[in-house]
Write a protein that binds this ligand. Structure first.
Ligand SMILES: Nc1ncnc2c1ncn2[C@@H]1O[C@H](COP(=O)(O)OP(=O)(O)O)[C@@H](O)[C@H]1O
Ligand SMILES: [Mg+2]
Length: 247
């Protein structure tokens, strides 16, 4: 459904992505793990055209999108939900207004039914009845849930999750993981989760990809990666403190 081919990107002469190849299978959750600063968020931004590669290709179905002009990216972006690392809710808008925002922005969804869509999306993330709250009244975990509800307002085929559990305690993190699984099971969403949280990765992943120094250095099931002979994969999983208890 989404394919990256030979993606390269440097900032001020410093290479960040150095030839990333990645395939997102439809209806599955792919998790990208890797050390902080290795280019995970930069990679996600290329998939929605917020960044353009120096070279390489980004494909969405049969459309090459890295070369599309901005005005033609708009319709593609409505098919891809993006949960940003910081929830990025509008602080002065209520939860309901935050959720209606993508509907108002998108002319194809104008008209009646806003309240119903908002209510359904809040139910999906177990936040029913919070329409009139302001973001400041929500906990960190609740903000993530609302941001996730907003990301699915236009019923995207693909949802990109940037560090969805970072900064949450283990119980709330598990709650978000459960939602990632629920969106896949109930809505058939193709997921791409970027994280350095190994517990979360194991829970949600159909497939794990490890990124290091701007390249994919391993991919497979969680167990495949835990048993990898590649030293950088080993040390990443050991540092996360779980290899011992899993292998
Ligand atoms: N817009 C930008 N301009 C310059 N440097 C950037 C930009 N975005 C990211 N970087 C740099 O690229 C590297 C990878 O960043 P990022 O993808 O955010 O890492 P992470 O894997 O933690 O998500 C970092 O060194 C970061 O400082
Ligand atoms: Mg990041």
């Amino acid at each position: 459904m989404i394919r990256l081919r030979g993606l390269r990107k440097s900032f001020d002469g410093t290479p960040v992505l150095q030839g990333v190849d990645l395939d997102l299978p439809s209806g599955k959750t792919t998790v990208v793990v890797g050390p902080s600063g290795c280019g995970k968020s930069v990679m996600l931004k290329h998939i929605v055209g917020l960044l353009r590669p120096d070279s390489g290709e980004v494909w969405f179905h049969d459309t090459r999108i890295d070369t599309l002009p901005e005005r033609r990216l708009g319709p593609i972006r409505t098919r891809i939900g993006f949960l940003f690392q910081l929830s990025a809710l509008f602080d002065s808008l209520t939860v309901g207004e935050n959720l209606a925002f993508p509907l108002r922005e998108n002319r194809t969804h104008s008209g009646a039914g806003f309240e119903d869509r908002v209510r359904e999306a809040l139910e999906m993330v177990d936040m029913a009845g919070s329409e009139h709250k302001l973001p400041a009244e929500l906990s960190g975990g609740q903000k993530k849930r609302v941001a996730l509800a907003r990301a699915i307002m236009l019923e995207p085929e693909v949802v990109l999750y940037d560090e969805p559990t970072t900064g949450l305690d283990p119980e709330r993190a598990k709650g978000i993981d459960d939602l990632v699984i629920r969106l896949k099971d109930r809505l058939g969403v193709t997921g791409l989760v970027v994280t350095h949280d190994i517990v979360s990765a194991r829970r949600v992943a159909d497939r794990i990809v490890m990124l290091d120094r701007g390249r994919v250095i391993a991919q497979g099931s969680f167990e495949d990666l835990v048993r990898s002979d590649e030293p950088r994969v080993r040390s990443f999983f050991e540092a996360a403190g779980h290899a011992a208890s899993i292998s």
